[in-house]
Write a protein that binds this ligand. Structure first.
Ligand code: PNS
Length: 174
C-alpha cells in the first residue's frame, strides 16, 4: 500500500488541483490531500473552509471519492511520517512552478527522505492558480469555470467579509 500526499494551500481548491489529485490517484494506492499552511502567503479562507471545499469536490468527482482530506498542522514531513506517506505529489504548470517547488522537494527529502513526484498538469489549466482566481474574483470577474461547483460563491462571500473587497455577488459567467 503506497500512500502519497498532495499538499498545498488550496486557497481555494481549483480545477487544476483536482487534475493533479486525479493523476496522483492513478499512480498511488492511497492519496491524501493535505491542507497546509504556506508561511509566505496569507490565506483568504480558513483551513476548515478549505477542507470542506476539498471534501465536497472530491466526493463529487468519480474516482476520487476515496481521497482523504486532512489538515497538515505543522511541518509537511511530520505529517508524512505520521500517515506513512512514501511520496509527495506536486503538479507543474511550467518552469516557474519547478523553480519554486525544487527547493521544497530537496528540503523535504533532506528532512525525512520522502521523494517528491512532479506531475505535469493539463496544459488547458496552465493559467489556473488560486492566487489568480482570487484576484479575478476580487475585481468582479468570472471564476466559476476555474473552480469546483460552489467554490466561487465561497470565495466571493469571503471577499465580501474582508474589508475593502468589491466582488460581484455572483459569477457573471463567460
Ligand atoms: O499551494 P502552495 O502554497 O504552493 O503549497 C506550499 C505548501 C503549503 C505545500 C508548503 O508551504 C508546505 O509544505 N507547508 C507546510 C510547512 C512546511 O513543511 N514547510 C517547509 C516546506 S519545505
Amino acid at each position: 500500500m503506497t500512500i502519497a500526499v498532495c499538499p498545498g494551500s488550496f486557497d481555494p481548491l481549483t480545477l487544476g488541483h483536482l487534475d493533479i489529485v486525479a493523476r496522483a490517484r492513478s499512480l498511488f494506492d492511497e492519496v491524501i490531500l493535505g491542507v497546509a499552511r504556506n508561511s509566505s502567503k496569507s490565506a483568504l479562507l480558513t483551513a476548515e473552509q478549505r477542507v470542506e471545499i476539498a471534501r465536497a469536490a472530491l466526493g463529487a468527482t468519480p474516482g476520487l471519492e476515496d481521497v482523504r482530506v486532512e489538515i497538515v498542522p505543522g511541518l509537511l514531513m511530520d505529517f508524512c511520517r505520521e500517515v506513512g506517506a512514501a511520496a509527495v505529489v506536486k503538479g507543474l504548470r511550467g518552469g516557474a512552478d519547478f523553480d519554486a517547488e525544487l527547493p521544497m522537494a530537496l528540503m523535504n527529502r533532506h528532512l525525512e527522505g520522502v521523494e517528491t513526484v512532479f506531475v505535469p498538469g493539463d496544459p488547458a489549466l496552465a493559467h489556473v492558480a488560486s492566487s489568480l482566481v482570487k484576484d479575478v474574483a476580487r475585481f468582479g470577474g468570472p471564476i466559476d469555470d476555474l473552480v469546483p461547483a460552489g467554490v466561487g460563491d465561497v470565495v466571493r462571500r469571503a471577499l465580501v467579509d474582508r474589508a475593502g473587497a468589491t466582488p460581484t455577488t455572483e459569477g457573471t459567467g463567460r
